[in-house]
Design a binder for this molecule. Structure first.
Ligand SMILES: [Zn+2]
Length: 342
């Protein structure tokens, strides 16, 4: 089969398209013919490498996969050849206390398909049978692939971690990102007033179409000052961040009494200074979040099927143009997900 293989970390020239063996399936696994694979910021980290983190190489990247089941192992239940499926990207042991308490994302051996085992930037992928979900309704393969990682991340951040309540003010940074465009929809679904930031007016227009009530162009205006106006100086209840150093200090100062800052990543720097007085005087909570549970993804798919959440696709590339897809992601001009088709 054809696959994108990363042998060493580096720039886009490290994304090599090669002919490799089609993976063989264990009895508890499923072989999927990949129809679509969406990219995430994670793909950039897998390609570039992360200081202090060893990743297994060579690696086929790609965490958000949809396709058709070609073969289901003898131990796999509820999945058969020919099924249209989408893949839950999180891998866990299935038998530790965290897994059995429904917190599989807290499993000590938690990993992600496309980071810790071969992913979907290939013609075929082999995944555990328990990670396979049916594609709801009339959703296309590209739409289905655009859902799992970002919706799971945003859902877990806003529901399980920040516990957003109806009527609260929620600031969603970087509305054009995959996780931001999911976050706007989920916060809206939870009954919040959604304030979104983005670096262009065109992105802000799309953010409003997704449900954002207020928008801030962070290239033209200071989001801290704008939030004071929007909230009449009271601050926001929840801030949804994956920017890091560029937004941290103003995030802390923008939260109201009892406010929660939930973070799932950094696209700017990861080292910040914090004035701890804000944390205790205002009784703030700083919440870390990575991915979510497999059960949450089932809940998300139900909301997608009902039309309450919708995947947002920025662009579609053939697998052969994986380097161009990565470049587009790096340019930060996207709104929604970049999808590749083998
Ligand atoms: Zn476990």
């Amino acid at each position: 089969m054809k696959a994108v293989v990363i042998h060493e970390h580096g720039e886009v020239d490290k994304l090599r398209i090669e002919e490799v063996e089609t993976p063989s399936t264990a009895p508890d696994e499923v072989l999927i013919q990949v129809k679509a694979c969406a990219l995430n910021h994670l793909d950039l980290w897998v390609r570039k490498g992360v200081p202090g983190q060893r990743m297994p190489l060579p690696m086929i990247p790609g965490s958000d996969i949809s396709g058709v089941v070609k073969k289901a192992g003898s131990f796999v239940k509820g999945v058969k050849t020919g099924d249209r499926v989408v893949v839950a990207p999180g891998i866990s042991c299935g038998r530790c206390a965290a897994c059995l308490n429904g917190h599989d994302n807290l499993c000590a051996s938690y990993g992600i398909i496309g980071e810790n085992r071969d992913g979907g930037c290939a013609e075929f992928v082999c995944v555990p049978g328990v990670n396979v979900l049916p594609i709801p309704g009339k959703l296309t393969f590209n739409e289905a692939a655009a859902i799992p990682l970002v919706f799971l991340t945003a859902w877990h951040m806003l529901t399980a971690r920040a516990m957003v309540r109806p009527g609260e003010d929620v600031l969603i940074h970087a509305a054009g990102s995959g996780v931001g465009s999911a976050g706007i929809q989920i916060a809206k679904l939870l009954g919040a007033r959604v304030i979104a930031t983005a670096g262009s007016d065109a992105k802000l227009k799309k953010a409003r179409e997704l449900g954002a009530d207020e928008t801030i162009n962070y290239r033209k205006l200071d989001f801290y000052e704008e939030l004071k106006k929007i909230t009449h100086r009271s601050g926001v209840d929840v801030i949804f961040d994956h920017i890091g150093a560029d937004t941290w200090d103003k995030n802390i100062r923008s939260l109201k009494m009892g406010g929660r800052l939930v973070t799932c990543g950094v696209t700017s720097g990861y080292e910040v200074a914090t004035d701890i007085r804000y944390i205790f005087f205002r009784r703030l909570s700083v919440l870390g979040s990575t991915m979510g549970t497999r059960g949450e993804l089932i809940e998300i798919m139900r909301m997608v099927e009902r039309g309450a959440l919708k995947p947002i696709i920025d662009s579609v590339f053939p697998l052969a143009e994986i380097a161009s897809a990565h470049k587009r992601m790096q340019e930060r001009k996207t709104f929604g997900k970049i999808v590749v088709n083998p």
